[in-house]
Design a protein around this ligand. Structure first.
Ligand code: ADP
Length: 295
């Protein structure tokens, strides 16, 4: 099971070029698609999920060609869209039942067993008779994941699945993700770097419709090699004024400011070099600090 995009572009009717010559191979396992808002992630995911068509290029999902064989792809697909219109007046069980029927699960006994198994899996068995409208953000998100998993999809697309979750819910979600078996393709699209840190074997970074990098987690870190600095300055220091440096993070403690910076040269006299992390590599790529030659 794998997905390939070859020279895929998408121009929306209103003129925005959302994808610009994207070539990307996604093998089985958990794949992180990382990029800032507006990068084109949802557009790419909607194309793979057969909701929209590319303007040009070739797309193959599990051996099926899109858009020609979209019916075959829909049969193996689970999709968690960025905006999930949950059915607030239905109970959790009714909502699962509805989606299962839409997915063609006709056998009543099997459908029921599958719904019960998934509700248990996302820890919602106790509240299966409650209306979805009364759920917390985290509960809704777990239900949304459960519905995407109905009918054992070989391709699971999760578009910004941790948006709106608090840190604890986000952790629970990551644990869930790690338990999804690896013989399928799971695409996790997100703008949150730490979402891909834990569970993704491979990843790609998309920015302004273009693939900036595809590889492993370590490859992303390497984009900031030799450019990461830590420094401590008085808290009134104007960090915007540092020449040719990008601030990855800053933490104020009393009258001191602790900085993590990207720069080709030491950005401050007493800056100490540091090992690059994922966030550093991502910032280096997105800001063009690494020279933009990581393709
Ligand atoms: P992301 O998911 O990474 O935030 P999107 O794929 O949603 O990015 O958007 C990529 C670009 O395409 C943005 O500039 C966005 O404004 C534009 N875009 C998205 N959907 C549409 C649409 N239906 N019509 C016109 N432009 C769109």
């Amino acid at each position: 099971m794998d997905i390939s995009f070859e020279n895929v572009s998408k121009v929306y009717r209103k003129g925005a070029k959302a994808l610009d010559d994207v070539s990307l191979h996604i093998p089985s396992g958990v794949f992180g698609l990382l990029g800032p808002n507006g990068a084109g992630k949802s557009t790419l995911m909607k194309i793979a999920a057969t909701l929209i068509e590319a303007t040009s290029g070739r797309i193959k999902v599990g051996g099926f060609e899109l858009p020609k064989e979209q019916h075959e792809v829909r049969r193996i697909l689970g999709y968690l869209p960025q905006e999930f219109g949950l059915f607030n007046n239905l109970t959790a069980y009714e909502m699962m039942d509805y989606v299962a029927i839409m997915k063609g699960m006709q056998d009543n006994v099997k459908r029921r067993a599958e719904i019960e198994r998934l509700l248990e899996w996302v820890n919602l068995t106790d509240v299966h008779k409650r209306r979805v409208g009364s759920f917390s953000g985290g509960m809704k998100q777990r239900l949304a994941i459960a519905q995407a998993l109905l009918n054992e999809p070989k391709l699971l697309i999760l578009d910004e699945p941790t948006a709106g979750l608090d840190p604890e819910e986000r952790m629970r979600f990551r644990n869930l993700l790690n338990r999804i078996s690896a013989d399928r393709v799971v695409i996790l699209s997100t703008h949150i770097v730490s979402d891909v840190a834990a569970g993704c074997q491979r990843l790609a970074v998309l920015n302004r419709g273009r693939i900036m990098l595809q590889g492993e987690v370590e490859d992303l870190k390497r984009c900031a090699e030799g450019m990461v600095w830590e420094a401590e300055v008085p808290s009134h220091t104007d960090i915007e004024a540092l020449p040719d440096a990008v601030t990855v993070s800053s933490r104020r403690d009393g009258d001191r400011l602790y900085l993590r910076l990207l720069a080709k040269q030491p950005p401050l006299a007493d800056a100490r070099p540091a090992d690059p992390g994922l966030e550093d590599g991502y910032m280096a790529l997105i800001t063009g600090m690494n020279g933009g030659d990581a393709r």
